[in-house]
Ligand binder design. Structure first.
Ligand code: NAD
Length: 328
């Protein structure tokens, strides 16, 4: 199959090329993000391979369907950036990589919690400047605290497994209870109890119309004073403007983000020589108790190998006319 790979970074090329080595697929790598204006690059290809910030809305799909591919192969678990209805009506099947390494995201989630709690990002800068003062670095024993997880699927459970090793009390909220979570001792509670009882809240639900701005001003108002909020799922689960108000009032004591609701124009690029135009994002960067990473929670060797392996497997199954089990 001829595959047009969009939003390619050097690591995508390395891992996908290795995974496809034993196949006869021809992979062509484009740095461009996929959207309505770049979709023509996929003319005459069999497959479009896309990542999390590619735009697979109706307009892009319509343009792709004119001359392009027979399959959309996402190299991500999340699929909130795809208009599935439009894909279906255009007869374009979509496959994804549902589980590549829940541990990669879970470990990054806990890294954000630990770094924020002990102010590692500030301590590192201070020590490099010769400032060995401890003022402003006071943390708490994570094991003595209650952590609330919203979404107890693969990643939520992987986070719970790590945190149970610290001795944390773990609350969970999900629209479906997961037996693996119950086995780990997670106590399922209503969402309002996650907000009201948790010292640390971590989001692991997908972005859907129901979860859009799940954390808004009214939810934040019911949280404990000084709550730590972590989001490694999708940016729009949090109303960022409301979170900024929560930070200014002190209601939110720590905010750790690997995702941001307007990340599409920012993340995965080196913008260090440019003036960032997003004032909301710029405001977030001014808080000493906010730690942001650029959608890197998945970024481990194991995860990239698994993503590449399963993406190529999805394409091979499609070429052979077999279901991969990863169809949306
Ligand atoms: P999963 O499907 O295994 O688990 C998601 C859970 O959320 C499920 O248990 C589901 O029932 C629950 N859920 C759905 N709607 C809900 C709602 N309205 N309220 C509460 N819970 C709800 O998915 P996963 O592998 O655990 O991934 C979770 C999310 O993590 C993905 O959707 C994706 O957006 C994000 N993700 C981020 C990265 C990253 O690099 N930052 C990498 C992979 C995945």
């Amino acid at each position: 199959m001829r595959v047009a790979v969009f939003s390619t970074k050097p690591y995508d090329k390395r891992f996908l090329t290795a995974a496809a080595a034993e196949t006869d697929h021809q992979l062509d790598f484009f740095e461009a993000r996929l959207d309505r204006t770049t979709a023509s690059l996929a003319d005459d290809y069999d497959v479009v391979c896309a990542f999390v910030n590619d735009d697979l809305g109706a307009a892009t799909l319509l343009r792709l369907a004119k001359t392009g591919p027979k399959l959309i192969a996402l190299r991500s678990a999340g699929f909130n950036h795809v208009d599935l209805e439009a894909a279906k009506s255009l007869g374009l099947p979509v496959v994804r990589v549902p589980a590549y390494s829940p541990d990669s995201v879970a470990e990054h989630t806990v890294a954000l919690m630990l770094a924020l709690n002990r102010r590692i990002h500030r301590a590192h800068n201070r020590v490099r400047e010769g400032n060995l003062s401890l003022d402003g670095l006071l943390g708490f024993d994570l094991g003595a605290r209650t952590v609330g997880l919203v979404g107890t699927g693969k990643i939520g459970v992987a986070v719970a497994r790590i945190l149970s090793g610290f001795g944390c009390r773990i609350l969970g909220y999900d629209v479906n209870e997961n037996p693996a979570a119950i086995e780990l001792g997670i106590e399922y509670v209503p969402l309002r109890d996650i907000w009201g009882r948790s010292d640390v809240i971590s989001l692991h639900a997908p972005l859907t119309p129901e979860t859009h701005h799940l954390v808004d001003a009214s939810a934040i108002a019911t949280m404990k004073d000084g709550v730590m909020l972590i989001n490694t799922s999708r940016g729009a689960l949090i109303d960022t403007a409301a979170a900024i108000e929560g930070l200014k009032s002190g209601k939110i004591g720590n905010l750790g983000l690997d995702v941001y609701e307007e990340e599409g124009d920012l993340f995965f690029e080196d913008l260090s020589d440019t003036v960032i135009q997003d004032d909301v994002f710029s405001r977030l960067l001014t808080f000493p108790n906010v730690l942001i990473t650029g959608h890197q929670a998945f970024f481990t060797v194991e995860a990239l190998e698994a993503i590449a392996h399963d993406t190529v497997g999805n394409i091979t199954a499609f070429a052979a006319g077999n279901p991969s089990g990863n169809e949306l």
